[in-house]
Design a protein around this ligand. Sequence first.
Ligand code: NAP
Length: 260
Amino acid sequence: MTKTALITGAASGLGYELALLLANDDYNLILIDIDNTNLQVAKTEIEKLFSCSVSIVFKDLSKPNVAIEIMEEINNIPIDVLVNNAGFGLFGTFANTEWERELDMLHVHILTTTHLTKLVLEGMLKRGSGKILNMSSLAAFQPGPLMSIYYASKSYLLSFSEAIANELKGTGITVTALCPGPTKTSFQKVVSNNTSKNKISFNMACPSAVALYGYNAMQKGKIVAIPGAINKCLSTVHRFVSRKMVTQIVRNLQEKNREL
Ligand SMILES: NC(=O)c1ccc[n+]([C@@H]2O[C@H](COP(=O)([O-])OP(=O)(O)OC[C@H]3O[C@@H](n4cnc5c(N)ncnc54)[C@H](OP(=O)(O)O)[C@@H]3O)[C@@H](O)[C@H]2O)c1
């Protein structure tokens, strides 16, 4: 029987790459994004390449109760794979960043992801199978001055994923937190306000490789997936130096690479 995958933030970047991998494995797709133009393009491209069915749902995931709206719009169709991928970054000191944008981020990264997971999990538990991939980040492993809410929200996603993965042991449902380092998508341009000071080119990964790594980890039921040897090392730095020091290192890197 054909399986269905729901992917948020699927119009571009890592979400789009994950959609391609799922289509290649014969999943029918439900693609969700706020970018309606790119969503239509993604649907057309995937339908050209694969024979799966592709539905698109144009939604702003920062709105309250949007997870309920999504489930109603898709008629509570059974979801075999849930990819909570949508997200964005915001750079600046917390005292000066725009609250509306931060509220949107907290909704997209935390509230909507958590709610959608709860709603989709209900059906997965009844069927005794399912896979959930939550897009965390290397940012999850330490505090992130100048991107404080982004780093904290990605820590939430890592912690939440590990906790429910443990609770779901033996149910047939697995939860994977994918924790990429810097990846060449429009995310990097947006977070750097399109300024010329976006110098992060060292250790910049290709989105298709990151998606493939995450996809394989999800299929194997791995709980935490960190693509790249350098990123794996970086994710352990907090074990060897004090949290105060690791926080300062992140600040120095952010200041060096982005414009305040
Ligand atoms: N790229 C990196 O370096 C990196 C590293 C670690 C983790 N990540 C995570 O990877 C995920 C995917 O990002 P990406 O790098 O692939 O960037 P991307 O190309 O910008 O993709 C993110 C997608 O999510 C959509 N989105 C943003 N806000 C939304 C909302 N309120 N409702 C619905 N859709 C929304 C974006 O639409 P718009 O373009 O219209 O905003 C975009 O299509 C994010 O969660 C990000 O935090 C990225």
